[in-house]
Design a protein around this ligand. Structure first.
Ligand code: HEC
Length: 167
């Protein structure tokens, strides 16, 4: 029993103290160039997945049309491209300096075309804390679904929408 209490007190005192000195002694660098913390990626990914939860099952209520895709692209160019890049252009300066880096959503291997629409809509509506990804809940819901639609179809935009991209 005494041993158990000893271990418990040890954990309750030593763990917070350890965390305190870890930060106080400067081991927790907040420079964007610092190495990721142990478990940082696991915690960020798991917490994000659990935060989204069943909202990932939401379906885009809008029909997939050239108008909606183009409206999505316009909103993207205005609010997102500064971090997530434009088709055929090099990585924005802002993106190059961020940690975690904003995925380049117009580059094939970093697109979110395979993600559930509900998950993308959730990220656009709520943002992602501690990452630099803002929430865009001040944009109308329709615009957020149009953005979601544009990102979902980024690898197979119909010709009319592709032409709109170049304009
Ligand atoms: C200031 C920079 C910034 C702006 C502006 C921004 N984002 Fe992001 N976004 C990020 C970062 C950083 C991440 C990566 C977060 C992470 O690693 O968890 C991200 C992640 C995402 C993701 C998840 C990507 C994935 O691979 O899972 C989506 C989707 C997204 N952003 C969409 C948007 C949309 C749509 C807009 C515009 C309405 C936008 N973002 C504007 C920085 C930004």
């Amino acid at each position: 029993m005494k041993l158990l209490i000893g271990i418990l007190i040890g954990l309750l005192v030593v763990a917070p103290l350890g965390a305190y000195f870890y930060v106080k002694l400067g081991f927790l660098s907040l420079a964007t160039t610092a190495k990721p913390l142990p478990m940082e990626e696991f915690m960020a990914h798991t917490a994000l997945r659990e935060s989204i939860g069943s909202a990932q099952n939401l379906q885009d209520p809008l029909p997939v049309t050239d108008e909606n895709l183009l409206a999505g692209f316009k909103a993207y160019r205005e609010h997102c491209a500064v971090c997530h890049g434009l088709p055929g252009e090099s990585k924005p300066v802002i993106a190059a300096g961020m940690f975690p880096p904003p995925p380049q959503l117009m580059v094939a291997r970093e697109m979110v075309t395979d993600d559930p629409e509900g998950a993308t809509f959730w990220k656009v509506s709520n943002g992602i804390r501690l990452s630099g990804m803002p929430r865009f809940d001040t944009l109308p819901e329709t615009t957020r679904w149009q953005l979601t639609m544009f990102l979902k179809h980024a690898d197979r935009l119909p010709p009319a929408a592709q032409a709109g991209l170049r304009r």
